[in-house]
Design a protein around this ligand. Structure first.
Ligand SMILES: N[C@@H](CCC(=O)N[C@@H](CS)C(=O)NCC(=O)O)C(=O)O
Length: 203
């Protein structure tokens, strides 16, 4: 399998490069801006990340990551299809993207300093973002309970998403309870992430 990842430092491509490092797979990282012609040629939304698997493009970070976990199950970062554990992993990933990430991403889009949507569409959604995000964090922490990782005793693909989204929220200075902060810090210290960040920066 030949993996070529289209991405950019500071974006969701880190989820995929981090996972590729955890899986100890060889891959080429190509740094590209969203909507560049190379991206548009493989993903009509112009968004990153997109992973080329033997030149076949797969877009959307969760879909890419689950594909990689299924293809390379030896590290146990997901679970086999149609098992309760896999349903739990899918549930966490849908929750992470639709409930935890959504307000943070909307907040970024409406900031004066970003150019993700036209300026004339920007409105002040800070109160709504804080409300939605804190509600999702409460759910996350209740689900996490006293576990070290989302799936229990072992690190999984879910932890990449929960930590990366939390780190984004931290950058946006959204309130992060101490328990979530400690969880993020622990996951963020993984050597595979450090390697992925270096690779994305071309170092
Ligand atoms: N659901 C997609 C979202 C991808 C996405 O929005 N990527 C951002 C970079 S982090 C992007 O390319 N934004 C450009 C835009 O919104 O037009 C995923 O999880 O991969």
């Amino acid at each position: 399998m030949k993996y070529r990842l289209y991405g950019l430092a500071g974006t969701r491509s880190i989820r995929v490069s981090w996972l590729l490092e955890e899986l100890e797979l060889e891959y080429e990282f190509i740094s590209l801006l969203p909507h560049s012609k190379e991206i548009l040629a493989v993903n009509p939304s112009g968004k990153i990340p997109t992973l080329l698997v033997d030149n076949h493009p797969i877009s959307d970070s969760a879909a890419i990551c689950l594909y990689l976990c299924d293809k390379h199950p030896q590290k146990g970062l997901s679970a086999p299809c149609a098992t309760i554990e896999r349903a739990e992993i899918d549930s966490w990933l849908y929750f992470a993207q639709s409930e935890l990430e959504a307000p943070v991403w909307a907040y970024r889009k409406h900031k004066k300093t970003t150019q993700l949507i036209p300026d004339n569409l920007k409105i002040n959604i800070k109160d709504w973002v804080e409300f939605e995000f804190s509600r999702s964090v409460e759910t996350l922490l209740t689900r996490l309970g006293s576990r070290d990782y989302a799936m229990g005793d072992n690190f999984s693909v879910v932890d990449i998403f929960l930590a990366q989204i939390g780190q984004w929220a931290r950058h946006e200075r959204l309130a992060i309870p101490e328990k979530y902060r400690r969880y993020i810090d622990r996951i963020w210290a993984r050597p595979a992430l450090a390697r992925a960040r270096q690779k994305e920066k071309g170092q």
